[in-house]
Write a protein that binds this ligand. Structure first.
Ligand SMILES: C[S@@+](CC[C@H](N)C(=O)[O-])C[C@H]1O[C@@H](n2cnc3c(N)ncnc32)[C@H](O)[C@@H]1O
Length: 246
């Protein structure tokens, strides 16, 4: 069964927003781009297309997604300027880079139940002076009710995420100023969640005897309906403060 062929990004991110983000990030002419938890690295590849002299490194543990990233780089003539590396980003020595992307992947930098603060600290150490960080991070649009939490992922807790003001405060405390703050729309979420399941839903319709697949898809859809409109995704373009020390 093929999966995720309908997704351009592994998260609630439209192509239009991605292109606007890349325009903003490429204005500082990064020479090096590091993508933490890159998956198949679509944003990394768009950044390299926008800045022809830049070199990129993507780090992830998922071999299938990395292989998709390498294929995509080959097809776009970018293979000579990017490495997709199968390794953990935890305590990575791949920095510093002029542009560091970490989108939906703060768990790659910290194993804390809420990895945001530690991830921001790690990102501050991975970005060059004068560079940029793009952090794509979950946040609560509003405080979830106990019933909503009970329907989300196993063990979901209010402490898993922050509300947006607290997320921005954490970024400032970690040594950044927020150049740009934006959040995924409900339409971007619906596109992502539908695309995440669509290949498997179509397959299941033709294989109704596949009980495990049906249970998994039904479970995920039920979880999605519990966090839909409650879990947000913020895209923070962050500038490191000069001379900052932890
Ligand atoms: C939600 S996906 C986001 C992928 C990509 N950044 C994007 O936006 O399309 C999170 C990624 O983090 C990766 N990841 C999780 N733990 C990691 C670790 N310790 N080191 C590197 N990557 C990790 C996962 O394999 C997954 O590809």
């Amino acid at each position: 069964m093929t999966t995720h062929t309908r997704l351009t990004f592994h998260g609630p991110l439209s192509s239009a927003r991605a292109d606007a983000i890349v325009d903003r990030l490429s204005a500082s002419r990064p020479r090096t781009v590091l993508d933490i938890g890159c998956g198949w690295g679509e944003l990394l590849l768009r950044a390299l297309e926008a800045v022809p002299k830049a070199r990129g490194t993507g780090v992830d543990l998922d071999e299938a997604d990395l292989a998709r990233g390498r294929r995509s780089a080959e097809e776009r003539g970018l293979a000579g300027r990017v490495d997709f590396l199968a390794e953990s980003a935890r305590d990575t020595a791949r920095g510093p880079a002029d542009l560091v992307l970490c989108v939906g992947a703060s768990q790659a930098l910290s194993d804390a139940d809420c990895p945001t603060a530690e991830a921001l600290h790690a990102l501050r150490g991975l970005v060059s002076d004068g560079g940029r960080v793009l952090l794509g991070e979950g946040f609560w649009e509003r405080t979830p009710t106990p019933a909503e939490l009970a329907g989300m992922w196993p063990g979901a807790s209010e402490s898993d995420h922050h509300i947006l003001p607290a997320l921005l405060d954490l970024a400032v405390e970690a040594g950044f100023r927020p150049e740009w703050t934006e959040t995924a729309t409900l339409a971007e979420w619906d596109h992502f969640e539908s695309g995440y399941q669509a290949d498997q839903e179509v397959w299941l319709a033709a294989h109704p005897e596949a009980v495990e697949v049906r249970e998994r898809l039904d479970r995920h859809r039920s979880q999605w309906m519990s966090y839909r409109g409650v879990l947000g995704m913020a895209y923070l373009t962050l500038v490191p403060v000069s001379g900052w020390t932890a």
